[in-house]
Write a protein that binds this ligand. Sequence first.
Ligand code: GTP
Ligand code: MG
Length: 182
Amino acid sequence: MAAAKSFIYKICVVGDGGVGKTSMVLRYCENSFKENYIMTIGSNFSTKQINLDKYPNYLIRLQLWDLAGQKHFSFVRPPFYRGSSATIYTFDLTRRSSFQNILNWKAEVEKVIGDGKPSILVGNKTDLAEQGNREVGEGEGEALKEELKAIAYYETSAKNDLKVSPVFKDVTLAILERTQKI
Ligand code: GTP
Ligand code: MG
């Protein structure tokens, strides 16, 4: 059997304050959820090993950078984007302004890493959306995904653990397949 190849991928999670970036990463890395909002100051950093059934020979560790989304942190964010292999753009399905801001997030990130890296679009808080609080339609999410040239659009619930791990898996596969030409 060929020797395993190991890689570390840096991925940035961005989007407006309170959309659930920290919650998505916490759900994915530690399988837990916190109801009370503790806004991120600057950045949070987590790592997690990911196993890809399709490529058992690759050992990949994700470095997830979850950046503070509130406006007053905009001046500290750009250096954190450096060296990032992919971006997870996150909005809150129950807050339209967070959806409208995604293109601003794209501009902020691409100013540092350029426009050639894979990205994925996430509408979070499906649990609240299903209770009648939805402000962004699924079709609008799909259309924005096309505009962003993102690899996929997922509607997630960090709270109920819905579709969270496919987000990280898809983005990892996209990085691997683009960089390894497999
Ligand atoms: P900043 O750090 O300020 O940029 O915010 P953030 O995007 O990291 O948001 P965070 O993960 O801290 O979540 C904000 C609030 O939304 C918290 O009270 C979470 O409990 C809540 N939240 C996050 N994800 C979900 C979800 O899927 N469903 C519900 N109902 N609440 C969620
Ligand atoms: Mg946060």
